[in-house]
Ligand binder design. Sequence first.
Ligand code: DHB
Length: 390
Amino acid sequence: MRTQVGIIGAGPAGLLLSHMLYLQGIDSVIVENRSRAAIQQTIRAGVLEQGTTDLLDQIGVGERARKVGAHHHGFDLRWRGRTHRVDMQGLTGRSITVYPQHEVLIDLIAARLATGADIRFEVSDTAIHDIDSTSPSISFTDKDGIAQQLQCDFVAGCDGSWGVGRKSLPNAQHFLRVYPFAWFGILCNAPPSNDAVLYARSPTGFALISHRSATVQRMYFQCDPQENANDWSDARIWERLQSCVAGADGYRLNEGPIFQKDVIGLRSFVCEPMRHGRLFLAGDAAHLVPPTGAKGLNLAANDVVLLARAFEGYYKRNDTSKLDSYSTDALRRIWRAQHFSWWMTSMLHNGVDENAFDARRSEAELDFVTSDRNAEIAMAGMYAGAPLGE
Ligand code: DHB
């Protein structure tokens, strides 16, 4: 088998890259170790920056996100029992869409397969070879148990934090911060509790109130990373969530049966550089952010815009300059998103050793970013995200 760009991973980065290359007339093959059904059912976060929705539109896969996604002009910050609406649209002219990642994947897989794309699901033993040469390859065992070799010009490692992409990049420096708390996420059948995404800081910890539809809601609360989701009854979960958002204004969440529970670890991670020879990393393979700023999928989209542009330069104009600057170009936005995600996380969570002074200081920070117009514009701008590829 031979292709121009061999892509490992059919997540957001791999599928977006494959589709953007296809639109430029550049051939790719995707190898993926999960099944199509597993990918389409994995529950993930759901915020698309305006730049990401615009990109999906430009490449012809934005229709469902526009139709069934929830478009928000603002988001809410809540502390000391009152809520402040950050009017993103008014402050920055930009907005976000709540549309979960697995829905984006359903749309991208359908679009790729409609063009006859070659996606190999359920492969195993994936390995990357000869990235220092001009003809690297990917070896794998296909779902029928047959050993395969994919020759390519370039390899794109879009296979997340545990994939072979990152492991195959020699001499990279890894930057890591693991947070001493996690998120307990639930999906429940209930009417919406708020008309925007709400981030709450409280003496019982952080909570995030998001939604999925008129009848399904997504919520999270801060928990210990070792927490076992099955130790929590519905009653206990609701008691905790209600206490995280309680206040003198009498705000309460609409409760309902919980049908999914998960514990999500929080980490910040960057791999530098994101390229060696003919191997390029994109998305979670190269970086992770804690979910508080909802940047993960959007950062992957930005990597892909830069990488697709770099491959286009190479194939159309024999110009390698954008391939050479890819890592540096991508890392600028990645580090800014790292700062934003770390900052939102620190401001909104209760630190493990937090004392009364730390709590007051964080509340003062929330007061500052919601009452100083310039600070609020800066925060809203970071949340809404700059156009991709800049
Ligand atoms: C959701 C997840 C996030 O991490 C976030 O910041 C906002 C919303 C969600 O799952 O809807």
